[in-house]
Design a protein around this ligand. Structure first.
Ligand SMILES: [Zn+2]
Length: 589
């Protein structure tokens, strides 16, 4: 079936939200900015439930009533006649007054429900597999996002005419890859994260248990995406940025096409070559080299050669902290794939650079937090790569067990977690980590005072630039960091794993909207901004963003808001990767 015929079977597609075509100019209020949390429900908990002996079991109650409720009752709703009533603890917190119900001591597997006054929570499980059973669904998300092939029951073969070069109009075969989000565009840096997460799932769960995604499925999915990634390498070894990202940053290439090469609807190949994209590419190809070597050595060599070419094409030191982190990962994975000292030596240099970029003294006349990363003279902040600098140090730590700097890498991550992430998460009852620190108030909106000249926001500033959105990937990547570090942390392992799960719990319903943001799990799901294929089981939306007051906002009104409700690759990728690490915790106890 030709693409146009398929489109004819659909009701007319909605017009693009006007905001999606907006370009330069001062930011204007977006309708989602008024979509603050409703007064009901007041019970906020992760809808999946809890592992019996890992992490903290707690839920948050928004103290909106006067007087606030004093106690909660927890009941077994399955077969046992079991219940208890306990006091709620009042906590000081950002976002308003809260009460916390803690039942961490309850480790009997079962299905439970909490009531506070007349309000019931969703039912939730205490069971070892509560998180693990969501992972196949998250992995299945990628099949729906396949481009260049028919996805049965989802869409016929699409974009067989990708793509024409922006610079000279020449056609280049760029069929394949994954659509990146609730749109049809194919950014390299973020969709390659999918492959990296899937191969790390394979690395961290080397022996799948019944019900898990099989290694064959993972390898097949990664190879599918990687056909496109490999085609995005230019003859000089460098990596092109995207297909259909939109000319001049607009949304003009976000459409189905007629699949005929040379017609006016062909989408554009962005031939920009960025250092960070090449670093992610090198990381992925060096990983692939390790994981296909047994089943397909020729393919493994093809991937390795591509990764080495990309590495060699960028031989100058990275400028940004983000690029420095990714080149560190690339060096680690190339060393693992080849055992060549060249990569080890570069990894040591990059590790030194990463340590130099960490703020170990107290910035801006305060003594409350340190250990965060800097990018130039500003605190580092990037929603996708939020945790990449410390994650890169953990990669070094795992890759080079005999390195002299190993203690320094571990200490740097510990400082970051103990003196930055943990105290910042402690400022709210949900224990989520704010998006970042700022120096003063760089834009005309609320920045929460921290101490000295430092401020923070939980969410992107909305008056800095047009692009601001929810950042579930920021939470999931920090969950990955905390979960990974907990394995090195001895007595503090439980606290770190618990904080890791709190980040994922926000995504799964422990938030002021009591909304689960993965399609196919939990309750009160927002409807996703997914204008071409609709619901995708396992898809994770951008998530709760903030308005000018840094109050949580989320579109629960089905307005197709992309800032909060669009699916996006990095959320799913870091969710899978984080769970792959967290699953290994506590199994032997
Ligand atoms: Zn497509």
């Amino acid at each position: 079936m030709k693409r146009r015929q398929f489109l004819g079977t659909l009701a007319s597609l909605p017009a693009l939200p006007a905001a999606l075509n907006a370009q330069e100019g001062p930011p204007v209020p977006d309708p989602v900015e008024r979509m603050t949390a409703p007064n009901w429900p007041t019970i906020n908990l992760n809808h999946l439930g809890f592992r019996p002996r890992v992490g903290q079991k707690a839920l948050v109650v928004r103290a909106l009533a006067t007087p606030p409720p004093a106690q909660f009752t927890l009941s077994d709703v399955s077969e046992r006649h079991f219940r208890f009533t306990r006091a709620l603890s009042r906590v000081n917190s950002d976002f308003g007054p809260f009460l916390v119900a803690d039942f961490s001591d309850l480790d009997h597997p079962g299905l439970y429900q909490v009531t506070v006054g007349n309000e019931r929570s969703v039912q939730f499980a205490i069971q070892e597999e509560v998180w693990r059973r969501t992972v196949p669904k998250a992995v299945g998300y990628y099949r729906y996002q396949r481009c260049g092939v028919e996805v049965p029951l989802v869409h016929p073969a699409c974009h067989l005419d990708d793509a024409r070069r922006r610079d000279n109009g020449e056609h280049v075969d760029e069929v394949g890859g994954w659509h990146d989000a609730g749109d049809l565009r194919k950014w390299m840096d973020v969709t390659m994260l999918n492959g990296i997460a899937l191969l790390n799932l394979l690395r961290n769960i080397p022996e799948p248990r019944p019900g898990d995604v099989t290694h064959e499925q993972i390898l097949e999915e990664v190879r599918f995406g990687n056909r496109y990634f490999l085609k995005m390498q230019d003859t000089d070894g460098k990596i092109w940025a995207d297909v259909a990202g939109g000319v001049n940053g607009d949304n003009s290439d976000n459409h189905w096409t007629d699949n005929d090469i040379g017609t006016s609807d062909d989408r554009y190949l962005n031939t920009a070559k960025r250092s960070g994209t090449a670093a992610v590419f090198t990381t992925l190809e060096a990983l692939a080299a390790q994981f296909y070597i047994k089943t397909d050595p020729d393919y493994a060599k093809q991937c390795l050669d591509a990764g080495v070419r990309a590495w060699k094409a960028f031989d100058r030191p990275p400028d940004s902290t983000e690029d420095c982190a990714w080149w560190t990962l690339a060096a680690c994975e190339l060393f693992r794939a080849t055992l060549q000292s060249e990569y080890r030596e570069h990894a040591m240099l990059l590790g030194r650079d990463l340590l130099r970029r960490q703020n170990t003294s107290y910035l801006a006349d305060q003594r409350q937090v340190r250990g965060f990363w800097m990018n130039g003279d500003q605190p580092y902040m990037d929603i996708v790569n939020s945790a990449m600098p410390p994650l890169a140090l953990l990669h070094l730590y795992d890759t080079f067990p005999d390195a002299a700097a190993r203690g320094k890498w571990k200490d740097a991550v510990q400082l970051h977690i103990d003196e930055y992430l943990t105290p910042m998460a402690g400022r709210n009852a949900y224990r989520v980590i704010p998006l970042g620190l700022f120096l003063g108030s760089p834009t005309p909106e609320k920045y929460r005072p921290l101490a000295g000249g430092l401020t923070y926001r939980y969410f992107h500033p909305t008056r800095k630039q047009y692009w601001w959105q929810g950042a579930n990937c920021h939470l999931a990547s920090n969950a990955l960091l905390l979960g990974w570090f907990s394995k090195l942390a001895g007595d503090k392992a439980g606290a770190y794993a618990g904080l890791a799960y709190r980040q994922l719990e926000w995504i799964m319903g422990a938030n002021p909207f009591a909304a689960c943001m993965m399609t196919g799990e939990g309750m009160r799901n927002p409807f996703p901004h997914s204008r071409f294929v609709g619901l995708i089981p396992g898809g994770i939306m951008n998530g709760i963003a903030g308005n000018t007051k840094d109050e949580p906002v989320l579109d629960m009104e089905y307005t197709l808001d992309w800032r909060t409700c669009e699916y996006w690759s990095p959320h799913v990728a870091f969710y899978i990767w984080a769970n792959s690490v967290l699953e290994g915790i506590g199994l032997s106890s």
